[in-house]
Design a binder for this molecule. Structure first.
Ligand code: ADP
Length: 495
């Protein structure tokens, strides 16, 4: 393989066009980092309703293309815009697959009857884009179940096309909790009835197909987003039914930590916060704390620590533990809490009730807000992330970068990025609890509050040391991109 590669990156989310979580960030940041190294990277994603913001312009690159899948004719067009923020003048074109019948809906993901078709079409269309534009990918990089049919498509439906003769596939699993399991009618709908023998036969007999499993079986290499999660998904406890298949493929399974996009997330240059600051000069952080609290309707006390939360409010994120632990902590300790998130109703109700019960200490903003997410990272003193499981996690890394030590459960990427603070040695960058239960979380929070202490004098100096340990860690994509290049090289033809 040439040192520089052509990469087709296919994803159901790419920030800033459409994002629900970490996948959206990674699907922008990794292509940027690869392009900065000189690779020719193109991205394919759906043209959701939300992509068509009034201030965006697109150029049409394919006026009309037709797929016939399971006897249904699907017509789409393809439009392009450049990915913003690519360093060094390189370009990363994003190709948007426009098919109003499938993608013009309020959400990115739906529970509609044709969810399987929406992403099967994305997978087919990504390869049609290569054909029509004459782009010869060395690597097609698929992400999560939505694009997991691509490796099989290349091995079955597209083998006739020499364009793909040297193409190899990588599947990145961002969260094994979502697998794309559908009734077996999805096979015909996806245009893969003739490839039925390539699917897992026991599952087919039971009447279902699993998109993610297909990717695991047929991708040339599989990556997931942290070394610990790569080990965890091979265990019955965390593999969500796919651990045995991943163990079979462990020779080509790699855990590569996500990086953070330092163009977006650096306290020295963040345009979304009132006062930039750095590890050398942390005074500015206090201005952000005051702004955060004022905006949230809480009073500012320099010595009372503020705990921040920015999260999807989902079972995965561990907020059920907070339901018993946080009211006790708030009743007993001087601490404030600012929460931003939406998701499952029971957690939204819990945080609303908590703000009602502790109006001087707790503010809850239900919603999705990029600016507030930045202000919480900058203005909080500590960050709470008690995830039950966490493939990688970005917010704990943003927190480290912003001098906001995270309190985390030792799992997945949290275990790989947060190390427990040792006050004697002044080592470590946060607070880590081992046991996912109330006393585990209680211990993590108590350790953080004890380390904060009075918030002044020697206690403050100790806290500063902890903050600086996190702020100085190298968390950018530059560190990570080597590992992806290594995987791409490893699966190149002739190796
Ligand atoms: P996941 O992908 O499981 O949601 P990550 O920590 O990997 O978790 O990534 C979450 C991303 O989504 C981060 O960039 C975080 O800031 C963002 N995010 C989550 N909820 C919100 C919200 N309510 N408002 C703004 N950003 C949010």
């Amino acid at each position: 393989m040439r040192a520089l590669v052509n990469v087709l990156f296919v994803s159901s989310e790419v920030a800033p066009f459409a994002k629900t979580g970490g996948l959206g960030d990674v699907a922008a940041a990794l292509p940027r980092a690869l392009a900065a190294r000189g690779h020719d990277v193109r991205i394919v994603m759906p043209m959701y309703a939300r992509v068509k913001a009034p201030d965006r312009t697109f150029e049409t690159v394919i006026g009309e293309a037709v797929l016939v899948l399971g006897g249904t004719r699907i017509v789409f067009s393809v439009h392009t815009a450049d990915l913003p923020g690519v360093p060094g003048g390189a370009k990363v074109p994003v190709y948007f697959v426009r098919c109003s019948g499938l993608y013009d809906r309020p959400g990115i993901y739906t529970s509609d009857h044709d969810e399987h078709l929406r992403f099967a079409v994305l997978s087919w269309a990504s390869l049609v884009v290569c054909q029509r534009l004459g782009f010869r990918p060395d690597i097609v990089h698929a992400n999560d179940w939505q694009t997991s049919l691509i490796p099989l498509l290349l091995r079955t439906m597209f083998t006739w096309d020499r364009l793909f003769a040297g193409t190899r596939t990588v599947l990145t699993i961002h969260n094994i909790g979502h697998q794309g399991t559908f009734g077996k009618n999805a096979l015909g709908d996806a245009g893969l009835a003739d490839a039925a023998h390539h699917f897992h036969q026991d599952q087919l007999r039971e009447g279902r197909i699993n998109f993610l499993l297909t990717g695991i079986l047929y991708a040339n290499a599989i990556t997931t987003v942290s070394p610990t999660y790569a080990r965890e998904v091979q265990t019955p406890e965390h593999g969500v039914g796919l651990d045995a298949f991943l163990r079979q493929r462990r020779e080509v399974l790699f855990g590569i930590l996500n990086g953070i996009d330092e163009g977006e997330w650096s306290p020295e240059t963040d345009a979304r916060i009132p006062q930039p600051y750095s590890a050398e000069d942390l005074a500015g952080k206090e201005v952000n704390k005051r702004a955060l609290l004022e905006g949230a309707g809480l009073r500012y006390y320099p010595r009372v620590p503020v705990m921040g939360v920015v999260s999807r409010l989902a079972w995965q994120k561990g907020f059920d533990l907070c339901m018993s632990v946080l009211p006790r902590v708030l009743a007993k300790r001087q601490v404030q809490l600012v929460v931003l998130g939406t998701g499952e109703p029971q957690y939204e109700k819990f945080f609303s009730a908590l703000a009602f019960q502790f109006p001087k200490q707790v503010a809850y903003k239900r919603g999705f807000s990029e600016p507030l997410a930045h202000l919480i990272e900058a203005g909080s003193d500590m960050f709470l992330m008690p995830s039950r499981y966490e493939p990688c996690g970005l917010n704990q890394m943003y927190s480290l970068r912003y001098g906001t030590p995270p309190i985390v459960h030792r799992t997945g990427g949290l275990a790989d990025t947060v190390t427990p603070f040792d006050a004697g040695r002044r080592s470590g960058n946060g607070f880590v609890f081992d046991h996912f239960d109330e006393s585990g979380l209680g211990y993590g929070v108590a350790h953080a509050l004890a380390t904060w202490g009075s918030g002044e004098g020697e206690d403050r100096e100790r806290w500063r040391a902890l903050q600086r340990n996190g702020m100085r860690a190298r968390l950018g994509w530059d560190e990570r991109v080597n590992a992806y290049e290594m995987v791409y090289r490893m699966i190149a033809p002739g190796r």
